[in-house]
Design a protein around this ligand. Structure first.
Ligand SMILES: Cc1ncc(COP(=O)(O)O)c(C=O)c1O
Length: 447
């Protein structure tokens, strides 16, 4: 069956009512839908036959570009070979190969990976691992998690509890995990506007962790979780020295440090992981998205060897961690991960991203002085362009920019009033020019 044969000729014939879209204004969308029907390398093709340049790698995910032949081929072959094997007391070889490929590029000493199916699952898995680890070491009182304001860690109950996005939390307030506190966020336009790369100001904000330790006592705190670069709240690059300070305080108090690298992983900041870019090694890393180039859902939690070894004690016939998903290490995902990680290596895509970072930075900062722009932030192949909100209508101006850029054939993403850009690492300089040129034109046109 070719799914394309099922798609009606005209949009009017497509019944959109049964589908409830995620993180979308459903009624508005169905009035004026934006449907993409195919993709190749840097471009999507829309249902009306237009080429749309992908400035956001799908959603911080398609780092090798769309529909890359080696990945497509690996998925096809695996689908014919083995559709499904559970990972519970059974498995299939590709999952082991995928884990081995993954830990080749992780920071030194982080040699073990647990597979899940999404970033949200990776976060909840990491939080559970932290609790179980402390308990296994006889420190079962360590049950508190510290997240950060303006953090995004997916949409599971664990993730929204440690996360710091009010819209994602307020409706569910009564059901959030009770044992959570938050660090302050690091965003400060007065001190840091138009910083290139890591801002100078803000390392001292990590010291709030000492205050939380003084308040709750280290013996009650399991883990701190942060995104090395906060993405979904508008590209917040860590101030110089900030992550180092968090690491130092966590180590001093025996608190695990979790880096949520769901968007910063796989070359986004110039190295395989942001941990390597910033030279700070956490205890656990959560990742997903570009692990399979987003072609099949998959995530992972990567842990320091000592954490894995702590679990691998007790009688060898006991299950060490009562956790896992039906699709953990799914054959198609494992095949996609192997092909993706091999493609990153064979094409030197992380190095390519790093080598384009300066050009990207200059292009992003050329937005300074454009109408409505109040800040530009960047690191690796990520940029945030913050706009002055329309009075009384937060997010409206940025959404208008998104719609207009889409009409002009460039896919951007907006979060709040910030344009967040994260193209595939295969982008060409002319395409970087096209993205920022289009944004400039649109900014001049919107109210
Ligand atoms: C930092 C971070 N963590 C977790 C997630 C959740 O990932 P998923 O949507 O795959 O559950 C995201 C998604 O964008 C993310 O940016």
């Amino acid at each position: 069956m070719n799914i394309r044969d099922l798609i009606p000729e005209t949009l009017q014939d497509l019944n959109m009512d049964p589908l409830w879209l995620p993180f979308t204004a459903n009624r508005q969308f169905k009035q004026q839908p934006r449907l993409l029907v195919s993709a190749k390398d840097m471009y999507y093709t829309s249902i009306d036959g237009r080429q749309i340049l992908d400035g956001i790698a799908g959603l911080w995910a398609v780092n090798a570009g769309h529909c890359r032949a080696p990945i497509v081929e690996a998925i096809k072959k695996q689908a014919e070979n083995v559709d499904y094997v559970t990972g519970f007391q059974l498995h299939h070889p590709a999952a082991f190969v995928a884990a081995e490929r993954l830990v080749r590029i992780t920071p030194k000493g982080m040699g073990h990976a647990f597979f899940v199916n999404s970033g949200s699952e990776a976060v909840d898995t990491a939080l559970k691992m932290a609790l179980a680890y402390h308990r296994a070491r006889g420190e079962g009182t360590r049950t508190k998690f510290i997240g950060r304001e303006r953090g995004y860690h997916g949409v599971g109950f664990g993730g929204i509890s440690v996360g710091g996005m009010v819209a994602n939390r307020k409706v569910f307030g009564g059901a959030l995990l009770p044992n959570v506190d938050h660090l302050p966020h690091t965003h400060n336009l007065t001190a840091n506007a138009y910083s290139r790369g890591q801002p100078e100001w803000g390392a001292h904000l990590a010291e709030s962790l000492e205050q939380l330790v003084a308040l709750h006592d280290a013996s009650n705190i399991a883990a701190v979780i942060v995104e090395p670069v906060a993405g979904s709240t508008g590209v917040l690059v860590p101030p110089k020295g900030y992550l180092e300070k968090l690491r130092e305080i966590c180590t001093k108090h025996g608190i695990l440090l979790i880096f949520d690298e769901v968007i910063t992983g796989f070359g986004r900041t110039g190295q395989p992981f942001a941990a390597q870019t910033f030279g700070v090694t956490p205890d656990l890393i959560t990742c997903a998205k570009a692990l399979t180039n987003a072609a099949v859902p998959m995530g992972a939690v990567i842990v320091r060897n000592e954490i894995y070894e702590t679990f691998m004690t007790g009688p060898a016939n006991t299950i060490e961690f009562y956790h896992g998903y039906t699709y953990s290490g799914h054959p198609l995902a494992a095949a996609a991960a192997i092909a993706t990680l091999d493609l990153f290596a064979s094409e030197g895509l992380f190095e390519r991203g790093a080598s384009l970072a300066k050009y990207w930075e200059d292009a992003a900062h050329s937005m300074k002085g454009m109408p409505h722009v109040i800040d530009v932030r960047n690191i690796g192949l990520v940029a945030g362009i913050e706009l002055e909100p329309l009075p009384g209508k937060p997010t409206a101006r940025a959404f208008e920019v998104f719609l207009k850029a889409y009409e002009k054939g460039v896919l951007i993403r907006t979060t709040g009033d910030t344009i967040a850009l994260s193209p595939p690492l295969i982008i060409e300089k002319s395409q970087i020019d096209q993205i920022f040129g289009t944004i400039a034109d649109v900014l001049k046109a919107v109210a």
